[in-house]
Design a protein around this ligand. Structure first.
Ligand SMILES: Cc1ncc(COP(=O)(O)O)c(C=O)c1O
Length: 378
């Protein structure tokens, strides 16, 4: 199979995952903070090492502010529902994934006012328009994607966060498509907010682990209450981090496997990003040369995905042709109806999204471009 659906979840995962799994399951791993036996200490060490390795990947924050969740969606839900209240205003963008759009739509029904920042044709936030909106509306929060999952456009995150910080407005970043794909530098003085992402996309890890990394004094309410292994005499949820947000047993085995992947990502960051850029650029050029296709993705400032649409042939026919030739891509609306409305692609049923991974080869990309050509001509 030629796997070009890495934006949904990465494949292949980091090398030697099977061996890492075997090692992990051969040794006793207990529950975190529940006891003092060796298995429990091993579990705590795995979580610590994973948080520590994440510190080498994301903008700097304290280790206890790196909170494990089930996925990026859960992290975003905690940050949004745990912070916003009726009467608040929130600024977002018209290209958000449903992981942001759906919580915001529920919050809108609870009297939270939602306003959209100006963006360009690819969905990139216009920094001046964004800052003017912050001044005019004084929102309680700004939530936006670091990289769009339909166009792949990368937002000027550091500038946007600085704009929020200079006005004392917290941010929530959807980093699902960006973390592991692009290097994010520090957020700087006064920045307060959350960065939410999963381990299973750009970080080449297993499904089942997400992260909400907190910055500055951003500290939403917990949404789930229960056992944390700490303060067991108290029936009230502990306020200490990360325990406040980590009730119940964590997916410790998945975190251990994820740690193996993260170490690979850190060690091979340059090679991974070079390879993704080569194949992603080739893909963009090849698809842009097919005149029947409309490019949804920009040439520059984009993560490793390319989306296209067409009026001539329905996109589902092209997708079916590719599936029948063992090519994995994603067609349709990509859980992002707002974005497809913005890109004016709803009538065509959305777009075809091709997303490369670190192991994608130039031969695979060339073959897929030929198959797309055949599908449109046949
Ligand atoms: C931009 C964006 N945000 C959030 C998510 C949700 O990620 P997860 O399914 O890991 O919760 C995705 C998943 O595709 C995404 O592309």
């Amino acid at each position: 199979m030629i796997y070009l659906d890495n934006a949904a979840t990465s494949w292949p995962k980091a090398p030697h995952m099977a061996q890492a799994c075997e090692h992990i399951f051969m040794h006793p791993i207990g529950n975190v903070g529940r006891s003092a036996h060796e298995g429990s200490i091993t579990a705590s060490r795995i979580l610590y090492d994973c948080r520590k390795t994440l510190q080498d990947i994301i903008p700097p924050t304290h280790i206890e502010k790196i909170i494990f969740t089930k996925n990026a969606t859960e992290a975003l839900n905690i940050a949004l529902f745990g912070f916003l209240a009726p009467g608040d205003t929130v600024i977002t963008t018209p290209i958000e994934h449903n992981a942001v759009a759906r919580p915001l739509s529920v919050l809108a029904s609870r009297h939270v006012k939602i306003l959209f920042s100006p963006v360009d044709g690819y969905g990139k936030i216009d920094i001046d328009g964004f800052s003017k909106l912050l001044d005019a509306e004084r929102p309680r929060l700004a939530v936006f994607t670091v990289a769009g999952n339909v166009s792949g456009v990368i937002n000027p995150v550091e500038e946007l966060v600085a704009s929020c910080a200079s006005r004392d407005i917290p941010f929530v970043l959807d980093g699902a498509q960006a973390v592991g794909e692009i290097a994010l530098s520090g957020f700087g003085e006064g920045a307060s907010g959350a960065l939410c992402f999963s381990l299973h996309k750009g970080l080449l890890g297993p499904t089942g682990v997400g992260v909400m990394a907190l910055y500055g004094n951003f500290n939403p309410r917990a949404l789930v209450y229960g056992g944390t292994g700490s303060n067991s005499d108290a029936t009230m949820q502990p306020e200490i981090l990360p325990d406040k947000f980590e009730s119940g047993t964590l997916p410790i085995h998945s975190v251990a496997i994820g740690l193996h992947a993260l170490r690979y990502c850190v060690e091979h960051a340059d090679t991974i990003s070079r390879q993704r850029n080569i194949t992603s650029d080739l893909l963009w050029e090849g698809l842009a040369s097919l005149k029947q296709l409309r490019m949804i993705s920009p040439r520059e400032d984009r993560v490793g995905l390319v989306s296209v649409t067409t009026k001539e042939t329905t996109i589902s026919c092209i997708a079916r042709y590719l599936f029948s030739h063992q090519v994995a891509i994603r067609s349709g609306l990509h859980c992002a109806p707002w974005a497809h409305k913005h890109f004016n692609t709803l009538a065509q049923g959305g777009a075809l999204r091709f997303s490369v991974g670190y192991a994608t080869t130039t031969e695979e990309v060339l073959k897929v471009i030929d198959l797309v050509k055949e599908a449109m001509n046949g």
